[in-house]
Design a protein around this ligand. Structure first.
Ligand SMILES: Cc1ncc(C[n+]2csc(CCOP(=O)(O)OP(=O)(O)O)c2C)c(N)n1
Ligand code: SF4
Ligand SMILES: [Mg+2]
Length: 310
């Protein structure tokens, strides 16, 4: 019998402020998992630290709440050891683009099949509203004494430069659209980013629901010929300028939707398989950690004689 989204709800009390955009992200994620009918024991949600990072408590899958800035390395370890596991990182903009920025970049270089859901509220919600790396220059939110004097990071452009092969932007209160983007991101055979514009009614008094809803529009509705899929190097050369232009658009009009899908770059799992042909059948997660009482020094040790010289 197919699963229902309520099968992915836990009994934990959801500790977010009324109206927080995190509720929409949580519901969209639960619905996406249900529609993909993913077994809870084969699905892992990994977060760092922040308001948004409480999400693993609320989704009934096999999750890890890690340290501030560290969900990506933990998620990578889980995925490499268990390539048949669905792995989702769901964490804050401070967590992923401040303290965890190096890991965010490294993930793109590897192109592992992990979906990153970025809760983008432009503030550090949990620690009372400081500017996050996505807050734009000269914007003054209520917890700041003076306007922000640092420029922002654009998560879409950083992901593009780092090698992510699926890049989308969603809005936390548009649950159906966000759910569809999460489903596509999870199915994509490489690293996917969904940057979710997430109102924080408690600390971000500038980028409110009204502020966003005056500006947001969907790429494919605005331009029915919009096609973000790259299937060849020629496609990349032809389509990249428009993709970058749209990723850069902000202020008066803010585009949502899928900006980029590159199907020409192989995933890390495929690369490992080329060197270790038995990797997917007998990955490290399914192997003993010791043999005859002797601990294995390296999870790939048993494969040594099967390594293919390239
Ligand atoms: C090593 C470390 N440094 C700093 C902190 C304090 N801290 C906790 S959450 C956080 C920022 C959270 O912001 P974000 O990731 O954007 O999440 P949000 O609360 O906005 O969802 C900080 C700086 C910490 N817990 N650990
Ligand atoms: S402080 Fe902001 S991000 Fe944190 S729970 Fe409240 S509304 Fe949500
Ligand atoms: Mg934040």
């Amino acid at each position: 019998m197919a699963r229902n989204w309520s099968d992915y709800r836990t009994s934990a009390w959801v500790q977010w402020c009324p109206g927080c955009g995190n509720y929409g992200i949580l519901t969209s994620l639960q619905r996406a998992l249900a529609e993909l009918d993913l077994p809870p024991e084969k699905t892992t949600v990994v977060s760092g630290i922040g308001c948004s990072s409480r999400i693993p408590y609320y989704v009934k899958t096999s999750n890890v709440h890690t340290l501030h800035g560290r969900p990506i390395p933990v998620a990578q370890g889980i995925k490499i050891a268990n390539p048949d596991q669905t792995v989702i990182v769901s964490s804050g903009d401070g967590d992923l683009l401040g303290i965890g920025a190096g890991h965010f970049v490294a993930l793109g270089r590897r192109n592992i099949q992990i979906t990153v859901i970025l809760h983008d509220n432009a503030v550090y919600g949990l620690t009372k509203g400081q500017a996050s790396p996505t807050l734009h220059l000269w914007v003054k939110t209520k917890a700041l004494d003076t306007p922000n004097i640092q420029s922002n990071i654009n998560p879409l452009l950083l992901a593009f430069a780092s090698g992510y092969t699926f890049i989308a932007r969603a809005y936390a209160y548009h649950i159906d659209q966000l759910k569809e983007m999460i489903k596509k991101g999870i199915r994509h055979k490489g690293t996917s980013l969904i940057d979710v514009l997430q109102p924080c009614p408690t600390y971000n008094n500038i980028m409110t629901k009204d502020w966003y809803e005056k500006r947001i529009y969907y790429l494919e509705k605005d331009d029915p010929s919009w096609d973000p899929t790259i299937s060849s190097p020629e496609d990349f050369t032809k389509k990249s300028p428009k993709i970058l232009e749209k990723m850069n658009e902000w202020e008066d009009r803010i585009p949502l939707g899928i900006f980029y899908i590159n199907n020409t770059i192989e995933s890390l799992e495929t690369r490992i398989e080329k060197i270790l042909p038995g990797y997917r059948i007998n990955p490290p997660g399914k192997r003993p950690i010791e043999i005859n009482g002797k601990p294995l020094v390296h999870p790939f040790t048993e494969f040594k004689d099967r390594i293919v010289e390239t």
